[in-house]
Design a protein around this ligand. Structure first.
Ligand SMILES: NC(=O)c1ccc[n+]([C@@H]2O[C@H](COP(=O)([O-])OP(=O)(O)OC[C@H]3O[C@@H](n4cnc5c(N)ncnc54)[C@H](OP(=O)(O)O)[C@@H]3O)[C@@H](O)[C@H]2O)c1
Length: 333
């Protein structure tokens, strides 16, 4: 089978399209014929091996997992012993970050638990765009943020992969949403249902006295103390992504800063969770949430997709199409 492989950390230029053995599912595993894979910031970090601390877990000298791609959608080709929930032909999607990645390939073996049935109304490329970004947004808003209907919620970094889901999920959960993004993406944030949009080039929301019950920060590039004036007295700040130094700062000092007053500061480490993916599937099926896809790339151009992702200004998700759906032939007269 064809796979986009990398054997050393570096720029997208280290990726090579190679012929590799098709995997065989072990007990508890499902062999998925991959139709589409969506990229996440995690793929960029694993490609470049940065921050270097990450190499302790993912390969000190060379990458432990030679094929990137955590979010996949495809069709079950075969199942290993003891697989109960899926059979050949089933359409599935899931986040493989807990089971070795491998989505940038024609086939991947996945633990059964990482998969869920693909929502029927979504195409494979749309479904692939969902798992990691949407579940992260859900866990940030609901679990770390304790979101409640009627609350004032601000999403900083609202126009990327996680942010576009966060705006829609917060609205679906009954919040009044302020989205923060760049000038070019103000229309996108409005189209997702944001009640108010802040263009960060024109306005600093931390200086406008917003008094938000919850700030979900997908783009943390400054000390978390600067968010205090924008938070309600008992407001919660949840850091999801941004600069590594800011993440460390909230992890180390957030608990201490939270004890000093009513405001709380947390860093989220999202985890793939089939129940959360099922919850998101419900929102997708109900038409309350839809993935935003900026661009689709063929597998051969996965490096190009990663290069764009690495610039940090994607408009929603970037998807790699691994297998084009065959167009059904029209019945002959
Ligand atoms: N904690 C977890 O478990 C977890 C899980 C998934 C992802 N993450 C992290 O979350 C972050 C975002 O992931 P993603 O997939 O959404 O990335 P993404 O698709 O690349 O989006 C990043 C977004 O950040 C916005 N941005 C950049 N600079 C900004 C600024 N100064 N102010 C406001 N927005 C700014 C960009 O929007 P503009 O173009 O409009 O500037 C872009 O849309 C990454 O750091 C990732 O590692 C964490």
């Amino acid at each position: 089978m064809k796979a986009m492989v990398y054997t050393r950390y570096g720029s997208p230029d280290v990726l090579e399209l190679k012929e590799v053995p098709k995997p065989v599912p072990k007990a508890g595993e499902v062999l998925v014929r991959v139709h589409a894979t969506a990229l996440n910031a995690a793929d960029w970090r694993l490609l470049t091996g940065t921050p270097r601390l990450l190499r302790l877990m993912f390969g000190l000298f060379r990458p432990k997992h030679p094929v990137l791609g955590a979010d996949v959608a495809g069709r079950v080709e075969a199942v290993g012993k003891d697989v109960k929930g899926f059979g050949p032909g089933d359409e599935v999607f899931g986040d493989l970050s807990g089971s070795g990645l491998g989505g940038l390939a024609e086939y991947v073996c996945v633990k059964e638990q990482a998969l869920a049935p693909k929502p029927p109304r979504l195409a494979f490329e749309e479904a692939a765009a969902v798992p990691m970004a949407a579940v992260t947004a859900l866990q940030g808003l609901r679990d770390a943020g304790g979101i409640r209907p009627g609350q004032k919620v601000l999403i900083n970094g609202a126009s990327g992969g996680v942010g576009t889901f966060a705006v829609q999920i917060a609205k679906a959960l009954g919040a009044r949403v302020t989205a923060v993004c760049s000038s070019q993406k103000v229309d996108l944030a409005r189209s997702l249902g944001a009640d108010h949009v802040v263009d960060y080039a024109k306005e600093d929301f931390t200086k406008s006295g917003g008094s938000y019950d919850l700030i979900l920060d997908v783009a943390a590039y400054r000390p978390f103390s600067e968010y205090r004036p924008a938070l309600a007295p008992e407001g919660v700040y949840v850091l999801v992504g941004g600069h590594f130094s800011r993440i460390l700062q909230v992890m180390l000092r957030g608990p201490w800063a939270s004890r000093r007053g009513g405001q709380r500061f947390r860093a989220l480490m999202a985890k793939p969770d089939p129940a959360d993916l099922a919850f998101v599937s419900g929102l997708l099926e109900a038409g309350k949430v839809m993935p935003v896809i900026e661009r689709r790339y063929p597998l051969l151009e996965a490096a190009e997709a990663l290069r764009h992702l690495g610039q940090g200004h994607a408009r929603g998700k970037l998807v790699v199409t691994v297998r084009q759906e065959p167009v059904p032939s029209s019945p002959s007269a």
